[in-house]
Design a protein around this ligand. Structure first.
Ligand code: ZN
Length: 147
């Protein structure tokens, strides 16, 4: 199976590289593309949603290419759609592995530690998970709910 990876930042500090199987991201792009076909077809060509659709289609083509040519894809710091879409997979804990920059080591998801966090209270509360490597370095975090 081929993978793609992207860099994860915490407060602008580069902490890890998250690796995910290519078909999982293609699935999310397909959902977006279907949504576009259903709701956005009549929009003008310069509408933000249309520009977004073109970008998503380009990224999807790149992923399909990686899959057919059996190569891994490194998105690095591409913030446009890659990390926000990928985080949908990370939240389901469906990633392949995370490379900890401090350890300079790759950890599989069964080797890392997940901790729940909450902040605020009442209607201004939110919660999520933090991910730590075996040496207790923070390597990823995400929001799961918001009141
Ligand atoms: Zn580490």
């Amino acid at each position: 199976m081929n993978h793609y990876k992207f860099n994860f930042y915490e407060k602008k500090e580069f902490v890890s590289v998250i690796k995910i199987e290519i078909p999982k991201l293609i699935e999310i792009y397909d959902q977006e593309i279907r949504y576009y076909h259903n709701y956005c077809k009549k929009l003008p060509k310069d509408a933000p949603r249309h520009i977004e659709f073109r970008e998503i289609s380009k990224l999807k083509a790149k992923l399909v290419e990686g899959l057919t040519e059996k190569v891994d894809i490194d998105f690095g710091n591409n913030e446009d759609y890659v990390s926000s879409f990928s985080m949908k997979i990370v939240r389901k804990i469906d990633f392949h592995s995370i490379y900890c920059k401090k350890c300079e080591k790759e950890y599989f998801k069964n080797e890392v530690c997940f901790t729940d966090w909450t902040t605020g209270s009442g209607l201004a509360a939110s919660g999520g998970k933090s991910v730590f490597c075996l040496n207790n370095h923070f390597i990823c975090g995400f929001l799961e709910w918001d009141s």
